[in-house]
Design a protein around this ligand. Structure first.
Ligand code: BJW
Length: 229
């Protein structure tokens, strides 16, 4: 990596799979138990808030019992030691990257431990259930908290910062994502257009695998530490 200074790493559900957190689109994944239209759109929340809140309460509780794996640890090590620019962009709402020690991190699809008050627009740390429609800790209004996650049709977070980093990157690495969801699925093309080398580390070829200059397939806990060393 001698000619590389700036790195952007994109991660998806596959990086947390070996920590015991379900992916979305694999066999047995979350979307097999819940239709995406029923739980991950603003329309679904307006139609049946209890179903959506129960889905996120269940995941928030489960994630808190999981621990970072060797892939999260390797990325945290890279973050601590890489002298150039580095940005880890995760689509995951879990906090395993930061629990492993990563600092240069953006959660583009939100965080399971945040609640967002649709009344006062304040985000608060939230570890418990939302199904009981608790009052917002900031404004006190009842029943207006929703999970602070990005649903289909909503704008992912910090897109300007992400595109700025991608356009400065010498290397773009995509880990554990199916490439089915935009805008993250388009980052590889943006990085290539900006002249970066692109590497996919995934269990299987993703939908956008052909866009990468190099692809390695296997479990993240093996591929990521191998790549970082
Ligand atoms: C392993 C492994 C192991 C397993 N080791 N690997 C352009 C074209 C078409 C449509 C659109 C478009 N632009 C926008 C859209 C609409 C829409 C979209 O993409 N629809 C698609 C279905 C086509 N996108 C949006 O609405 C987004 N908003 C938006 O675009 O706003 C406008 C905008 C445009 C341009 C710039 C800026 C803004 C919002 C998308 C929000 C997605 N939300 C979710 C839910 C978040 C909260 C929650 O967690 O519940 O995000 S959906 C879900 O999918 C979640 C994930 O972050 C996301 C991606 O999933 P991921 O991580 O890839 O998981 P999987 O399961 O799909 O794949 C796992 C992979 O890991 C697999 O490949 C396995 O093989 C692998 N794996 N075990 C290594 N051990």
């Amino acid at each position: 990596m001698s000619n590389i200074r700036n790195i952007v790493v994109l991660t998806g559900a596959g990086v947390s799979a070996e920590s015991g957190i379900d992916t979305f689109r694999d066999a047995g994944g979350l979307w097999e138990q819940h239709r995406v239209e029923d739980v991950a759109t603003p329309e679904a929340f307006a139609r049946d808030p209890e179903l959506v809140l129960r889905f996120y309460d269940m995941r928030r509780e489960a994630i808190q019992t999981k621990a970072p794996n060797a892939a999260h640890a390797a990325l945290a090590r890279l973050d601590a030691e890489w002298p150039g620019e580095l940005l880890i962009v995760t689509q995951n709402i879990d906090d395993l990257h930061e629990r492993a020690g990563a600092k240069r991190l953006i959660h583009m699809h939100g965080e399971h431990l945040n609640a967002w008050c649709t009344g006062c627009d304040v985000r608060s740390r939230w570890t418990g259930p939302l199904i009981d429609r608790p009052a917002c800790p900031a404004c006190g209004a009842a029943g207006l908290l929703r999970p602070d996650v990005v649903w289909f049709g909503e704008m992912p977070y910090r897109m300007e910062d992400i595109y700025r980093a991608i356009n400065r990157a010498d290397l773009f690495v995509s880990i554990g994502t199916s490439g089915a969801v935009y805008p993250a699925a388009g980052f590889v093309r943006e990085a290539r257009a900006a002249g970066a080398m692109t590497l996919e580390l995934n269990m299987e070829p993703s939908q956008g695998s052909h866009w990468f200059t190099e692809a390695r397939h296997g479990p993240a806990t093996q591929l990521v530490p191998e790549w970082v060393e």
